[in-house]
Design a protein around this ligand. Structure first.
Ligand code: SAM
Length: 345
């Protein structure tokens, strides 16, 4: 198995069977070897520096009804909010002063925050903070709308494909959503020129190892600049409330596989990983991740952007907890980078 890992590091690709064996392998030494190789690659590309992104959750209103998501349309218990332009700009001001040079605006597909409105917000941020990267994560839009946002000054877009297989996708989403359309959106984003991020939830209900292998293949073909891999975590007020959370170990394994596949890709150690285990964030970094996204949303709103149970948003998960995050990183030999951290080969 170690030969496969060496080959992934050197050739950046493996036959399907080898991925299957890696994902199902129960030998601890082999898995530690995988993580170690991924860590070496990450260190050789980024040194011991971890990029930070300030996450602003701009709205928890959503027209979609994804079965796994706590802010789905049919959840009548969640208290809805949408941030004003002034609130978003004030988050950016606070973030800039703390040292952030990337702002990520994420939200539900909230049509009350029209694309024209988001364009205005992006333009204002671009003018006020010309040295910052603007990342959007606002779901599925038309080619023209993505283009408007890019032309307004947004640089990056995160859109997890969630799962490549269309029948698995159907098990996670209502009929008005499709895997094909989401994948098409990703191709548009790349074509327009966004640094594009995709990814999956690990351990989503009904997911099989073959599904994950399809995801690996899809990501290999897409060649995104960012890859977000986080465990599924149930939310109590969704149809998937009774399902188990995804595995931390499998999530870490995938992070390492993608680090070896794409040495310079940006991989966050996700909030979901941090929410599942106290040391999840650090373990993600030791598996090859090189980005963290502390929460920069107004404190009053953080609890309401509740995608899954017990989502972490305090302490080192919060923008104002950067010093704590840096202390934690130091315990494993890493530190925060205040650079903008664009994708570069
Ligand atoms: N609306 C945008 C979109 O569709 O990409 C961004 C918001 S969406 C809530 C952001 C991500 O949250 C999704 O891509 C999904 O992977 C993740 N997510 C939602 N519910 C989750 C859950 N229960 N467990 C883990 N991740 C979840």
């Amino acid at each position: 198995m170690k030969t496969w890992i060496d080959s992934l590091r050197n050739e950046h690709q493996l036959p399907t069977q080898a991925y299957k064996e890696l994902l199902t392998c129960s030998d601890a030494d082999t898995i530690e070897y995988l993580h170690q190789q991924a860590r070496e690659v990450s260190l050789s590309h980024f040194n011991n520096k971890i990029y930070i992104r300030g996450l602003i959750e701009i709205s928890n209103c959503c027209k979609n009804d994804c079965y796994y998501c706590g802010i789905r349309k049919s959840n009548s218990i969640v208290e809805r909010y949408r941030l004003s332009k002034e609130q978003i700009l004030s988050c950016c001001k606070e973030g800039y002063e703390l040292g952030f040079r990337t702002f990520v605006m994420q939200g539900g597909e909230d049509r009350a925050q029209s694309v024209e409105w988001v364009v205005e917000v992006v333009k204002d941020i671009r003018t006020t903070y010309p040295d910052c990267a603007i990342t959007l994560s606002l779901g599925e839009l038309s080619y023209q709308d993505y283009k408007k946002l890019y032309d307004a000054g947004a640089n990056r877009f995160l859109l997890r494909h969630e799962t490549f297989d269309s029948s698995h996708y159907k098990q996670l989403h209502p009929d008005n959503m499709s895997a094909e359309h989401r994948q098409q959106c990703l191709r548009w984003l790349k074509e327009i020129g966004f640094q594009t991020g995709t990814g999956i939830m690990v351990g989503s209900p009904f997911q099989t190892i073959d599904n994950i292998i399809d995801d690996i293949q899809f990501i290999y073909d897409l060649k995104p600049q960012m890859i977000g891999i986080g465990p599924f975590i149930p939310h109590k007020d969704t149809p998937f409330a009774k399902y188990n959370a995804g595995s931390i170990e499998l999530t870490l394994r995938l992070i390492s596989i993608f680090r070896l596949m794409f040495p310079s890709v940006l991989i966050p150690s996700t909030t979901a990983l941090a929410s599942l285990g106290n040391d999840g964030r650090l373990r993600g970094i030791l598996a090859g991740a090189n980005v963290v996204m502390p929460n920069l949303s107004p404190c009053d709103n953080r609890k309401k952007y509740s995608l899954y149970n017990n989502k972490a948003a305090l302490g080192s998960e919060a923008a104002e907890g950067l010093a704590l995050l840096n202390d934690q990183l130091k315990t494993i030999g890493y530190e925060i980078s205040f650079e903008r951290g664009d994708y570069s080969i």
